[in-house]
Design a protein around this ligand. Structure first.
Ligand SMILES: Nc1ncnc2c1ncn2[C@@H]1O[C@H](COP(=O)(O)OP(=O)(O)O)[C@@H](O)[C@H]1O
Ligand SMILES: [Mg+2]
Length: 252
């Protein structure tokens, strides 16, 4: 078996007195779709944000797409460490609950921003790629629309196109449909399934159990900063997943 695309070893994070992640270990293979479930406050967002160092953990080792980052004991990366962090980030994309589009840029401009400013792709080539990606998420005709004129589902699809534009090896999704009205969720989940079908490695925090059941290879269940269960999705939704999981599933 290949080295996992994402491997987290001994990841811990406190916010003051509160231990939010406690020695979390996790491995995700290339092409796997892993859904992270768990009650609110269990540390799911902090885990995802730690994986690309949007949040700096207190300790642990991250290996993401071949980039190894060990969190320094004093919290300060040296020059080599900073370089590793930058390389790691370039191989990942993140889709947020609140979309995080630039309001003063059109859909197309949002999608190509990183291509032009970070990857230095010539403008004409970036525009062509951006239009392809907008077509892929079903928004070819919205290229020149500003976010304020888009529905939540459309905004999230633009955000996914923006993530894909950076050609990441892994995409992290943090509750991508939680801010959406129920009737807009399916269009976003449909795009996510399509991306999953291309073989993209995906880590998805969500409460959409149907998506987890149908699209996930594995489910990771977190509670109080600990991975309580990490198993194939079929086992998680099966009858023998244990009392705590059954209780959680009955609530949703
Ligand atoms: N920046 C922060 N400062 C202080 N506490 C935080 C911060 N971010 C998250 N927390 C706390 O850490 C815990 C885990 O939060 P989070 O990772 O957002 O959980 P989840 O995504 O599972 O709901 C919660 O108790 C939350 O209030
Ligand atoms: Mg969260």
């Amino acid at each position: 078996m290949n080295t996992p695309q994402v491997r987290v070893t001994g990841l811990s994070k406190r916010f003051g007195e509160l231990a939010v992640l406690k020695q979390v270990n996790l491995a995700v293979n290339a092409g796997e779709v892993v859904v992270i479930l768990g009650p609110s406050g269990s540390g799911k967002t902090t885990l995802l944000r730690s994986l690309n160092l949007l949040e700096q953990p207190d300790s642990g080792v991250l290996e993401v797409c071949g980039q190894r980052v060990e969190i320094p004991a004093n919290g300060r990366f040296d020059r080599a460490g900073r370089k590793q962090v930058a390389l790691l980030r370039q191989k990942t994309a993140m889709v947020f609950q609140a979309f995080n589009l630039f309001p003063h840029m059109t859909a197309l401009e949002n999608v190509i921003e990183g291509l032009v400013s970070v990857k230095k792709v010539p403008k004409a080539a970036a525009i062509e790629r951006g239009q392809q990606l907008l077509a892929r998420v079903g928004l070819a005709e919205k290229a020149n629309a500003y976010p304020a004129k888009l529905s939540g589902g459309q905004k999230q699809r633009v955000a996914i196109a923006r993530g894909l534009a950076m050609d990441p090896d892994v995409i992290f999704f943090d509750e991508p449909t939680s801010a959406l009205d129920p009737e807009l969720r399916d269009e976003v989940l449909g795009v996510m399934r399509e991306v999953a079908n291309t073989g993209m490695t995906m880590l998805v925090v969500t409460h959409e159990l149907r998506f987890a059941r149908e699209a996930a290879d594995r489910v990771v269940f977190m509670e109080h900063g600990v991975v309580v269960k990490d198993c194939p999705a079929a086992d998680f939704f099966g009858d023998n997943s244990g009392e705590r999981i059954q209780q959680f599933l009955r609530r949703y």
